[in-house]
Design a protein around this ligand. Structure first.
Ligand SMILES: NC(=O)c1ccc[n+]([C@@H]2O[C@H](COP(=O)([O-])OP(=O)(O)OC[C@H]3O[C@@H](n4cnc5c(N)ncnc54)[C@H](O)[C@@H]3O)[C@@H](O)[C@H]2O)c1
Ligand SMILES: [Zn+2]
Length: 349
């Protein structure tokens, strides 16, 4: 199955199948016909997986960087670019990112910046990577001051989502990915009962189609792309509070699930939807096995502060909320309502 991201001359296909990684040489031959060399960027952990065999069809170099989020640093980027330069990669050549979202963010940013931009193919191997990170052209690294503070938009020439790779994904990573999948399912109006008829592969395809359609309509997040932030206002606050405590208990997708359960309760409190929408959300999250509770030790006051850009006044709370017209970005949500719903939500049985 191919899903197209439509961006004029920069359009590309997301290939979704068992064995999609074997399309690498074909994508390079078609989309970067002048490429002479490919640098495959991955991690030792990914390179050790049984399915790891990627063939570019041209001269090929393998570079590994540290596994996980630590790869997204300017230090790692610098070392990587120095290595790429040693291979004398030219403007016509290709960088290929193989790994989870952290790796594809780093490889993407390396491709965006080396010689002011070389061709990029992403081979996302985690669920988060396949349904979210590798699609849409956002690339970047973290600063000590915060996540994703340095980056660039750089669209790949192809994305290869190989279902065979996610077979080796640890359970916790899979669950985190399901948080984003649940978000897409809820944005698409899906019910829990329908989930019995769909496979994980169908769900990945559904999520990729949604992201591809939204990115095609709004590459730079002026409008519709912001809908993909559904559940993320509280999720980012949970992550920020956890990070400040060096607390690794919540994966991003798990925080998103809590954020989704919260957002629908906020929409209900604001009179935008009725109880049936809350039930729809709860049932979907339940089927995915996702926790909805805000953990005890995340104080509402800290979360409210983390959700607000204006730390003192809390006047600029923005949420994606369900409503009569579907989902939309709502700005200037009353802080008291947010705080009340948070407290009430905590008290739920
Ligand atoms: N650019 C975007 O639009 C975008 C969107 C969402 C998330 N992200 C970024 O993605 C990152 C999170 O991605 P993630 O959840 O994939 O985490 P990750 O990249 O840290 O991967 C998690 C772990 O799973 C391992 N792994 C990946 N695929 C595997 C496989 N098939 N088998 C066994 N192990 C495997 C990784 O090596 C790593 O140890 C964050 O940095 C986030 O900011 C970016
Ligand atoms: Zn997310």
């Amino acid at each position: 199955m191919n899903v197209s991201v439509e961006l004029g001359e920069r359009s590309y296909d997301v290939v979704l199948s068992d064995g999609a990684r074997h399309q690498l040489a074909a994508v390079i031959a078609e989309r970067a016909p002048r490429a002479r060399a490919a640098v495959i960027v991955t991690t030792p952990h990914i390179a050790a997986q049984p399915w790891f065999d990627v063939t570019s069809g041209i001269e090929q170099h393998l570079l590994t960087v540290v596994d996980g989020e630590s790869a997204k640093s300017l230090d790692v980027l610098e070392t990587l670019l120095e290595e790429v330069a040693k291979f004398e990669l030219s403007r016509n050549d290709v960088i290929v990112g193989v790994g989870g979202g952290a790796l594809t963010d780093l490889a993407g940013f390396a491709a965006a910046t080396y010689l002011r931009g070389v061709a990029l193919v992403q081979v996302p191997t985690s669920l988060v990577g396949q349904v979210d990170a590798a699609i849409g052209g956002k690339t970047g690294v973290n600063l000590r001051s915060g996540k994703n503070l340095v980056g660039a938009f750089h669209q790949p020439i192809g994305v290869l989502c190989d279902f065979e790779t996610i077979a080796t994904l640890p359970e916790r990573e899979r669950l985190g990915g399901l948080g984003e999948v649940a978000k897409c399912w809820l944005l698409e109006g899906g019910f829990a009962a329908e989930l019995t008829e769909v496979s994980l592969h169908d769900l990945i395809v559904m999520s990729v189609k949604l992201k591809a359609a939204i990115v095609s309509a709004d590459e730079r997040e002026g409008g519709r792309r912001a809908l993909l932030n559904y559940g993320h206002t509280l999720a980012h606050a949970l992550e920020k509070v956890a990070l400040a405590r060096d607390d690794d208990e919540l994966r991003h997708g798990e925080a998103v699930a809590i954020g989704l359960a919260f957002a629908v309760r906020l929409a209900e409190a604001l009179g935008r939807v009725d109880q049936s929408e809350v039930t729809r959300h709860d049932e979907v999250l339940e089927v995915f096995g996702l926790q909805r509770r805000v953990p005890e030790h995340f104080a509402s006051s800290l979360l409210l502060e983390a959700m607000s850009h204006d730390k003192k006044a809390h006047h600029d709370l923005t949420f994606v909320l369900a409503g009569a017209e579907g989902f939309e970005t709502v700005r200037g949500v009353d802080p008291q309502s947010v705080s009340d719903v948070l407290e009430k939500f905590r008290g739920e049985p």
